[in-house]
Design a protein around this ligand. Structure first.
Ligand SMILES: [Zn+2]
Length: 90
C-alpha cells in the first residue's frame, strides 16, 4: 500500500491523477470490450499506483485500458470509466 498521507487535494479540483481518485474515494471500473462477455469490475487502484506511480495521469491515457485483461474471457484491452464516490461521506 502506498502512503498518500502527504498528498493534499487542492482546489479548483481537477481529478487527473491516480492518487486523487483514491483520496476522493473514487474508483475506476474496467469494462471488457468483448461483446459476448461484457464483464466489468473495479480496478485495484493500489496495484495501479504501485505499477504506474501515484502521480500517473490517467486523463487521455490509453495505457491502463490497453493493459486490462478480462478475468472471465481473457480478452486483452478494455474500456475504463471513472466511478464516483458512492461510499458514506466522512
Ligand atoms: Zn471478458
Amino acid at each position: 500500500m502506498i502512503d498518500l498521507s502527504h498528498y493534499v487535494i487542492t482546489y479548483p479540483l481537477s481529478v487527473d491523477t491516480l492518487w486523487k481518485l483514491k483520496k476522493l474515494g473514487m474508483g475506476m471500473i474496467g469494462y471488457c470490450v468483448n461483446r459476448n462477455c461484457d464483464h466489468f469490475g473495479e480496478i485495484d487502484l493500489d496495484r495501479l499506483m504501485e505499477k504506474l506511480g501515484p502521480e500517473f495521469r490517467f486523463v487521455g491515457d490509453k495505457t491502463i485500458a490497453r493493459s486490462l485483461k478480462c478475468p472471465v474471457c481473457g480478452h486483452k484491452g478494455g474500456d475504463v470509466k471513472l466511478r464516483a464516490n458512492t461510499g458514506p461521506s466522512k
